[in-house]
Design a protein around this ligand. Structure first.
Ligand SMILES: [Zn+2]
Length: 170
């Protein structure tokens, strides 16, 4: 008995996952392998799942294997984690560019950007301090000291910049 043509073209990611996992019966295995030959997308997925199965030494993947994480979630994991990692890299790069730009602005005209930056920083500090007081009552003193040290450092830097500026203009 041969399968209907359209069934051969059906994509079944879960079956691909099972094939990589070695959890398919001989007949279904042949079916899925046949599909892989015709479908580059599923073949690509199979390759990725094979790599996933091989990296079982990591705790997370061991948990997937032992069934703590639902299969549908496990299947979505490789791409999700990759895109999340990409987003973090992007965020870090953006922060780096922003801080470099801020530094560049300080050099050319320290007053206006410096005041803007300080305002933003103080806003952030006040918000962070509120959150710390509300939710982390026991850790608040430590956090506030850390924030205070950060604020003091910022003030010292600001004072140094303003002093240098006044000295240059005098
Ligand atoms: Zn397919």
């Amino acid at each position: 008995m041969s399968l209907p043509r359209d069934r051969c073209h059906e994509c079944d990611p879960e079956a691909v996952f099972d094939l990589a996992d070695g959890g398919l019966g001989p007949a279904r295995k042949r079916e899925v392998r046949d599909h892989l030959e015709e479908c580059p997308g599923c073949k690509d997925l199979y390759g990725r799942e094979l790599g996933l199965s091989r990296s079982l030494c990591s705790l997370e993947y061991a948990e997937i294997k032992s069934g703590y994480i639902p299969r549908s979630v496990a299947m979505a994991l490789p791409t999700r984690r990759l895109s999340a990692r990409f987003m973090w890299t992007l965020l870090a790069a953006a922060l780096l560019v922003i801080s470099l730009l801020a530094l560049e602005l300080h050099r050319s005209d320290p007053i206006a950007p410096m005041v803007d930056f300080l305002g933003m920083f103080w806003g952030f500090l006040a918000g962070a301090a509120d959150v710390a007081r509300a939710s982390l009552a026991t850790a608040a003193p430590v956090l506030l000291v850390a924030l205070g040290v950060g604020a003091a450092l910022d003030l010292i830097i600001a004072a140094a910049v303003f002093t240098a500026l006044r000295f240059r203009r005098a």
